[in-house]
Write a protein that binds this ligand. Structure first.
Ligand code: 5GP
Ligand code: MG
Length: 187
C-alpha cells in the first residue's frame, strides 16, 4: 500500500497482522493474570494510545481506565533523564492493581519515574506492559512484565509511535528513511 505515510518507511519491522496477533496474546495473558480482579489500566499518552485501545479490547475483564501524559526531555530521538507530568491521574489509585501501558521501553527513565510515582500514590501492585522493548537503550533498571516485541537499537515509528508527531497512524511498525530525519518539522 503506497501513500504519503508509507512512502517515508524504509523497512517494516512488524506488520499490522503480526501486531494484531501479538496484542491478542497479551490481552489473553492479562485476562488470565487478573481473572476475577478489577485492574486499573493506566495508558501513557500519546504513544500508547493505539496499543491501549486494541489491548483492552483483547482483554475481556472488568477494568478501569486512566490516562497519563508525560514527556521526557532530550532531543527528538533520545530521551534525557527528566520526566514531566503533563496530564495526571483523575482518580485515587491507592490499593489498586495498576497495569501501566507504554509504547516503548528504551532508557527506562519514563517507566522508572512512573513506577516510583505510582508506588508513592499507594498502588497495591504495578504491572508494566510495553508494546516494544529496546533493551540496548537501558539506563535505569526497569523490566516490563509483558513485552509485545523486543526491538533492535533503531528509532521506530507507527502504531502510536511518532517522529516529530507524525506517523502515529501508521498501522505497522517500521523504520523511517534516513532522509526523513532532520527534515523540518512538518507540523
Ligand atoms: P524511555 O524513557 O524509556 O527512554 O523512553 C520512553 C519514551 O521514549 C517512549 O515512550 C517514546 O516516547 C520515546 N522513544 C524511545 N525510543 C523510541 C523509538 O524508537 N521510537 C519512538 N517513536 N519513540 C521512542
Ligand atoms: Mg512515549
Amino acid at each position: 500500500m503506497k501513500n504519503e505515510l508509507t512512502n517515508d518507511i524504509l523497512r517494516v519491522l512488524y506488520t499490522e497482522d503480526e501486531i494484531k496477533a501479538r496484542v491478542e496474546e497479551l490481552g489473553a495473558a492479562l485476562a488470565a493474570r487478573f481473572a476475577g480482579q478489577r485492574p486499573l489500566f493506566v495508558g501513557i499518552l500519546k504513544g500508547s494510545l493505539i496499543f491501549l485501545a486494541d489491548l483492552i479490547r483483547a482483554c475481556p475483564l472488568l477494568c478501569d481506565l486512566e490516562m497519563m501524559a508525560v514527556s521526557s526531555y532530550g532531543n527528538a530521538t533520545s530521551s534525557s533523564g527528566r520526566v514531566r507530568i503533563n496530564h495526571d491521574l483523575q482518580q485515587d489509585v491507592r490499593g489498586r492493581d495498576l497495569v501501566v501501558v507504554e509504547d516503548i521501553l528504551d532508557s527506562g527513565n519514563t517507566l522508572a519515574f512512573l513506577r516510583d510515582y505510582l508506588t508513592a500514590k499507594g498502588a497495591a501492585s504495578i504491572t508494566i506492559v510495553t508494546l516494544l522493548d529496546k533493551p540496548s537503550g537501558r539506563q535505569k533498571a526497569v523490566t516490563a512484565d509483558y513485552v509485545g516485541f523486543t526491538v533492535p537499537d533503531e528509532f521506530v515509528v507507527g502504531y502510536g509511535l511518532d517522529y516529530a508527531q507524525l506517523y502515529r497512524n501508521l498501522p505497522c511498525i517500521g523504520v523511517l528513511k534516513p532522509e526523513v530525519y532532520g527534515k523540518p518539522d512538518k507540523t
